[in-house]
Structure formats: structure tokens, C-alpha cells
Design a protein around this ligand. Structure first.
Ligand code: SF4
Length: 191
């Protein structure tokens, strides 16, 4: 199914030409859909398919404003969103490190946490692996926060927390009250 991309404006404006020949303009797609629904209601016509019709007509008129809303698109969006969360989190930790607000745990505890993460069933890889410059930025931020402390390469990102595990497994931080975390998670129990 097609989906309108809210970040692209159609060159000829937002509008829908109804089957009875009437045309409905608005400042955005949601406005067009609302106007068509209101118009059809006044005429005692069914409205259930209005949104689908507006999208299909807009996509056939200007294909560039649409994306295919399939599983691959949603997966790509979720990958991008986790990567963004992890990068934001790293930036925050870098800033806290620069202000001397971070405390670190010892190597034995770090090893125990790493072991829990490795056995945790969630995917711990960095979404999409990241592009070259993205990987370099992550490496640079990791070094800026934890210095020469190293971590097992089998853990990278936690999808529940949006945290970078090679860094978070070294930090002395409070437990997280997130009911989605698996019971064995060290961040839930704060080891
Ligand atoms: S949920 Fe907990 S144990 Fe699992 S990867 Fe994330 S931090 Fe590690």
C-alpha cells in the first residue's frame, strides 16, 4: 500500500478531485481528507474509503510524494530510529563525561554485565551496521566516554534502551524501570 510522505509537498498543491467532479483543496493532506469526508457526509455518501482514495489519487498524480508502506519500509524506519537513539544517547554521555558527571564500574562487573547482554535474546547489533562515517562517529564518541576500556564485539546496541552497550556496560548508573526489559537484564536489576 502507498503512503504519503509528509516531508514532500506536491508541486501543484494539496487537493482531491471527487468522482462527482468537485475538487477539494486544503493546506495539507489531512485537511483534504477532512474536507472530502465532510462533503460526502453532507451528501449522504459513504466515507470509509476517503483516505485511501485521496492517497491513491495523489500518488498516481505525483508519484514522487509517495513511499511504499510495506514491511521493508517499516523495518528501515525502525532501523534508522534505533540508530538515531543510540547516537543521541552517546552524545549525551560524551557531554556528561566532559562535565565529569560519569562514574565507572570495575572490570569484573563490566564482564558480568557483558555476559548477560551476550546471552540476552534481543538483537544487540548496531542497526544496519551504520555507514562508514557513522561507525567512525560512534567509535570516536565511545573513546571520548570510556577511553581505552574495551568491550566484547558481540554487543553493540540495546534496542530496549537505545543505549550503546560497549559504553553503558562500563557506567555506574541507576536501574531502569522499563517493564519491557527481560527479567535477567542487568539494567533492570542494576548490577
Ligand atoms: S535488554 Fe538488558 S541484557 Fe538485554 S541487551 Fe539490553 S541491556 Fe543487555
Amino acid at each position: 500500500m502507498k503512503q504519503l510522505n509528509p516531508n514532500i509537498s506536491p508541486h501543484d498543491g494539496y487537493y482531491f478531485r471527487d468522482t462527482d467532479g468537485s475538487t477539494h483543496h486544503a493546506a495539507g493532506w489531512s485537511g483534504v481528507i477532512a474536507r472530502v469526508i465532510a462533503y460526502r457526509k453532507r451528501q449522504n455518501r459513504p466515507t470509509e474509503t476517503t483516505e485511501k482514495e485521496v492517497i491513491e489519487q495523489a500518488c498516481s498524480r505525483t508519484p514522487v510524494i509517495c513511499v511504499e508502506d510495506n514491511g521493508a519500509t517499516r523495518a528501515a524506519q525502525s532501523v534508522a530510529s534505533l540508530r538515531t537513539r543510540v547516537l543521541r544517547w552517546l552524545l549525551l554521555k560524551k557531554s556528561e563525561r566532559e562535565k565529569s558527571e560519569l562514574r565507572f564500574i570495575n572490570a569484573d562487573l563490566h564482564a558480568a554485565r557483558t555476559d548477560v547482554c551476550i546471552r540476552c535474546p534481543v538483537d544487540k547489533s548496531m542497526p544496519g551496521g551504520g555507514c562508514g562515517s557513522c561507525r567512525a562517529a560512534v567509535r570516536e564518541m565511545q573513546e571520548a566516554v570510556v577511553g581505552a576500556r574495551t568491550t566484547d564485539s558481540r554487543i553493540t546496541a540495546c534496542p530496549f534502551l537505545g543505549e550503546h552497550l560497549p559504553v553503558s556496560t562500563w557506567l555506574d548508573e541507576p536501574a531502569v524501570a522499563n517493564p519491557d526489559l527481560p527479567p535477567e537484564c542487568w539494567r533492570k536489576r542494576s548490577i
